[in-house]
Ligand binder design. Structure first.
Ligand SMILES: NC(=O)c1ccc[n+]([C@@H]2O[C@H](COP(=O)([O-])OP(=O)(O)OC[C@H]3O[C@@H](n4cnc5c(N)ncnc54)[C@H](OP(=O)(O)O)[C@@H]3O)[C@@H](O)[C@H]2O)c1
Length: 295
């Protein structure tokens, strides 16, 4: 039997390209990205591509405008690329999935939340974005649900992997700072939930196989401050702990001009719902130990 074909948008990106590396023996991925000549905003060209691949019954939609700082510069602008790519691009994908009776997995973000909650965010919590990227991703989630499609919204957070030259993630930025002995002070008064991309890939495999519907947080099993992250990275990778300096998000925000993107104070997310399906999401420490072994 041949491999199952999956349409993926944005498979050349940070998350998508690792997914393909890990799962390419199991699935035949068709990548709709700009560098494969497919613009999800060009509905006529996109429709043709869907028609050519209509035997694919699963569509994984990763392509997005992901630069949160650049997104903030476009805030309120519905003609801007961030809005068009994240909201209108997602609508195009959902419309075509409906036409070809496909199951859609939309990859979203912890930034749909405000970060003001005391405690851990679950899938039950309401959207309350505080900046433009999160706002557009929130609207895109609504496009997916309003489409009536069989669909899943899979939220990920601070994804990291061993290697990807085009883009650094939070973990590799810290490792680089430790190597160069110039790590900037790390916030001790912020909580985030870093996620090993290998876990996201194997977690998505579950969705491909089971066509699971609903909202899921496919995030790591440890929520911690960037300061604690850096300490743990220094420990696992054998750097001097003294290279990690304590910083403060509150202080940083006070010192910046009013024009900077609002930052989230607490993005602790629960992955219990995804884990209850049998999906394995490593603790931050275990993920680092695995990452250290990868070339
Ligand atoms: N990275 C994070 O910290 C993070 C956190 C939470 C959620 N997410 C979500 O996870 C998903 C993947 O993120 P990522 O970091 O892997 O993204 P990324 O590295 O920024 O890659 C973006 C992808 O989108 C494609 N793309 C951009 N414009 C396109 C267009 N007009 N038509 C078709 N494809 C287009 C890019 O293709 P080209 O390479 O060809 O330009 C690339 O493959 C996104 O939906 C993002 O919102 C990311």
């Amino acid at each position: 039997m041949g491999k199952i074909k999956i349409i993926g948008t944005g498979l050349s990106g940070l998350v998508g390209s690792r997914l393909v590396e890990l799962l390419k023996d199991k699935y035949e991925f068709v990548d709709f990205s700009l560098n494969t000549g497919v613009d999800i905003l060009d509905l006529a060209a996109l429709s043709k591509k869907f028609a050519q691949n209509k035997e694919a019954i699963v569509v994984l939609h990763l392509a997005a405008f992901t630069d949160t700082t650049a997104a903030w510069q476009e805030r309120g602008d519905k003609n801007g690329l961030c809005y068009r790519l994240n909201v209108l691009g997602t609508k195009n994908i959902a419309d075509l999935c409906r036409k070809y009776h496909q199951y859609l997995i939309y990859v979203s973000t912890d930034f749909v939340f405000s970060g003001q909650k005391e405690g851990v965010y679950t899938e039950e919590d309401a959207h309350a974005p505080i900046e433009w990227y999160g706002q557009t991703k929130s609207w895109a989630e609504k496009e997916v649900f309003n489409s009536g499609l069989p669909a899943a919204v899979v939220r990920i957070a601070f994804p990291f992997r061993a290697k990807f030259d085009p883009k650094k993630d939070a973990v590799r930025k810290i490792i680089e700072g430790l190597e160069n002995k110039n790590l900037y002070p790390m916030f001790a008064d912020q909580t985030i939930t870093p996620t090993f991309i290998d876990d996201i890939a194997w977690g998505l495999d579950y969705f491909f196989e089971n066509k699971q519907r609903g909202i899921y947080h496919l995030v790591g099993s440890t929520s911690l401050s960037p300061y604690q992250m850096a300490k743990m990275i220094a420990q696992v990778f054998g750097f001097n702990q003294k290279l990690v300096k304590r910083g403060s998000l509150a202080q940083y925000q006070k010192s910046q001009s009013k024009d900077i993107r609002p930052w989230h104070k607490n993005l602790a997310l629960s992955n219990k719902k995804a884990v209850s399906l049998g999906i394995k999401m490593h603790s931050f420490k275990k993920a680092l130990l695995k990452l250290r072994q990868q070339p």
